[in-house]
Write a protein that binds this ligand. Structure first.
Ligand code: MEV
Length: 320
């Protein structure tokens, strides 16, 4: 057993949105996801002299062992990491500070576990190859959501837009797109596990479902070209068609459909839900900041909770 550790350490990660291809990606097709470096989570670890390992986050403070069921991903990954690294547990306090809204399709669970494992690697002075980080985060994601594609795991620790397809090496997309995305939180929580299970059930029950997934895959391929060739209007149309299939898959809601319509009427080139759906966020593609603000105001008049802007060209200046 190893004992070497620091007295404190931190790890961080960020949120994400899926531009196109959610749900279909669980069944082996492609999806595009964008990291949102400005919406982040930090996990701090402090060594304690005695007592049980504690967890502090916005809705729980107490012994890690007694944390509620929705924090079981953190408990399990924490213990798995210590076991595999052969460290005997020293009492610590884990403090999670997250700006990523929970259950809104923004990758909160993957980002928290990414930040935790990074903090543990620094605390115990361990090398952490990306493949190992992803393996631990996928363990947490299975506990949190059941069946997952692994996309959130990749993109919450990536600095570039990602084209993801299970069983293939994820590719960075070098977007040249002028335009920005408005990410708008409906204020209603989604439920990834339920949404993913309902699409799986639909695949068994409804023969057309498989063809919807294949058509989403084709839209995603066209969207990659649109991103690279700065075809902002084409991308908007592709997003709208993707939304039609998400409706057919049964993961949109009347409330999300309404916000999407409002965004389109206010000038969005395309709009759709993002993530698992059944609540959570919508994204609207805007030709410029001015129209983006106008769309934001139109959505605020409909009870929008919070929103963020994401410029595609910000990625051009970042390291891959
Ligand atoms: C959740 O952010 C996206 C889904 O496609 C599930 C997954 O990819 O694991 C719905």
């Amino acid at each position: 057993m190893n004992q070497r550790h620091l007295t404190s350490a931190s790890g961080s990660a960020h949120g994400k949105i899926i531009l196109m291809g959610e749900h279909a990606v669980v069944h082996g097709t492609a999806a595009i996801a964008l990291p949102i470096p400005s919406i982040s989570v930090t996990v701090d670890i402090f060594a304690k002299h005695q007592g049980p390992t504690e967890l502090e986050c916005s809705y729980y403070q107490g012994p890690l062992k007694q944390a509620p069921e929705n924090l079981r991903n953190i408990q399990e990954v924490y213990h798995q990491v210590l076991q595999e690294w052969r460290f005997c547990e020293v009492p610590v306090k884990l403090r999670i500070k997250s700006h990523i809204p929970h259950e809104r399709g923004m990758g909160s669970s993957a980002a928290v576990v990414t930040a935790l494992v990074r903090a543990l690697a620094t605390f115990y002075q361990q090398e952490l190859p990306m493949t190992e980080l992803h393996r631990y985060v996928n363990i947490g994601e299975k506990i949190a959501h059941g069946k997952t594609s692994g996309l959130d795991t990749i993109v919450t620790s990536s600095s570039q837009p990602v084209l993801f397809q299970r069983a293939e090496v994820p590719k960075s997309i070098h977007s040249q797109l002028d335009g920005c995305l408005l990410i708008a939180d409906s204020g209603h929580t989604g439920n990834t596990r339920l949404a993913v299970e309902s699409v799986c059930q639909r695949l068994k029950d409804t023969p057309d479902t498989q063809s919807y997934l294949s058509q989403i895959h084709d839209l995603v391929q066209d969207a990659v070209s649109a991103l690279k060739d700065n075809q902002v209007e084409t991308l908007g149309q592709l997003m709208n068609r993707n939304q039609e299939f998400l409706q057919k898959l049964g993961v949109s809601t009347p409330q999300l459909d309404h916000l999407i319509q409002v965004a389109r009427h206010a000038g969005a080139l395309g709009a759709k839900l993002t993530g698992a759906g059944l609540g959570g966020c919508i994204i609207a593609l805007c030709p410029n900041q001015e129209i983006a603000r106008h769309i934001q105001q139109a959505l605020e008049a409909e009870g929008l909770q919070q929103s963020w802007f994401l410029n595609f060209n910000r990625y051009q200046s970042m390291e891959v």
